[in-house]
Design a protein around this ligand. Structure first.
Ligand SMILES: [Fe+2]
Length: 204
């Protein structure tokens, strides 16, 4: 195992700071943000990677520079040099009505059961959804908290649509059905999972 590189720890630190804004939101969001932050590595001990970071050529990377610029200088400098070495992936089986969805969106888990920084208690990473993309309704037993970093999306939660913007936090209770739809700009968001973080997300 190798020592976690400084640039990964810098990105994790920026993500932690952005997520900590959730502590000032409504009580349910603040409680979940506190739970996640308590379980994340805080950099007080040297962190080791479970496996080395490897180059990624995921197609969404082409839209990431614009999204990072829109998020501001700290994101641009922390994310862009590292983005091509993050573990971007897409975990759903292909579906006929969205055959290229796996090329239009991806997530990169930084901390989690199969992430570079291992945790059995929390998942913590970035979700990126390219422009003009529908992420169909899905659910999972993990409790999920999103913090929107860049871009906007129409978020459907248990049947209600809301346009979400940078700085917004969205809490999904266990097994709540949710979906997102972007239009003319991609969405970059931080997500966390707690509770049953091993069971996968499934379409509904
Ligand atoms: Fe989700």
């Amino acid at each position: 195992m190798t020592i976690a590189p400084t640039d990964l720890l810098d990105l994790l630190s920026l993500m932690r700071a952005a997520f900590a804004e959730g502590l000032r939101h409504r009580p349910a969001v603040a409680a979940e943000a506190a739970r996640v932050l308590a379980d994340l590595p805080d950099g007080s001990v040297p962190l080791r990677l479970a496996e080395p970071l490897r180059p990624s050529r995921h197609p969404v990377l082409s839209q990431l520079p614009g999204a990072a610029r829109a998020a501001g200088a700290p994101w641009e400098s922390a994310l862009l040099p590292l983005a091509g070495r993050l573990p971007w992936r897409f975990g759903y089986a292909p579906r006929p009505d969205a055959p290229d969805l796996g090329e239009r969106m991806a997530w990169a888990e930084i901390v989690g059961p199969a992430a570079p920084l291992r945790s059995d208690r929390v998942g913590f990473g970035l979700t990126f959804i390219g422009r003009d993309t529908v992420y169909p309704p899905h659910r999972h037993p993990a409790v999920e908290l999103y913090a929107v970093v860049s871009g906007t999306a129409v978020w459907t939660l248990e049947g209600a649509d809301t346009r979400r913007r940078p700085g917004d936090f969205v809490l999904h209770a266990a097994d709540a059905v949710h979906a997102m739809r972007t239009t003319d700009e991609p969405l970059l968001a931080i997500y966390s999972w707690t509770g049953d973080i091993l069971s996968p997300s499934v379409y509904t």
